[in-house]
Write a protein of this length. Structure first.
Length: 148
């Protein structure tokens, strides 16, 4: 077998390995958002349409899910304001949304330390006013973020 053919056999193996090493690479946006929803408390009926087995969050530029903003069929933004949501914001899950540029969780009851938004390196807009974070914003909170 020549070298080119052996490379083609190696590609599926590498893709499978990537799914185990970095599982968010293999998750759909619906699965990522549903996982984020399950980390929330008090979401009530507002996020009923956040269902990984239902329609995709986006159809072109049109959102199918509450609070989602879309661009070319991908999640571009999340706006969940004034919903009484509670929890520590699960940034590790949200970083799986590769095109996420804007997040607004204003006027909720998010708690814990200020989220590590530096993990959302492509984020451009962030609104977190009027929540219940337990500490000050750390100096490195935005390290690695390209522009905000």
């Amino acid at each position: 077998m020549d070298r080119t053919k052996s490379c083609y056999f190696l590609l599926p193996f590498l893709f499978t390995l990537a799914c185990f090493v970095g599982p968010t690479w293999c998750q759909t946006e619906a699965e990522i958002l549903h996982k984020f929803k399950t980390s929330l408390t008090n979401y009530g009926p507002q996020l009923e349409d956040w269902n990984a087995s239902g329609p995709d969050p986006c159809t072109g530029d049109d959102p199918n899910w509450t609070g989602i903003h879309c661009s070319n069929g991908s999640v571009f933004g999340i706006k969940l304001e004034n919903m009484g949501l509670e929890c520590v914001i699960d940034v590790d899950t949200l970083k799986g949304l590769q095109l996420l540029r804007t997040v607004s969780f204003m006027n909720n009851s998010f708690t814990g330390t200020f989220p590590d938004v530096n993990k959302l390196v492509y984020l451009r807009v962030l609104y977190l006013a009027n929540n219940s974070f337990s500490d000050a914003i750390r100096d490195d909170s935005f390290a690695g973020v390209k522009a905000l």
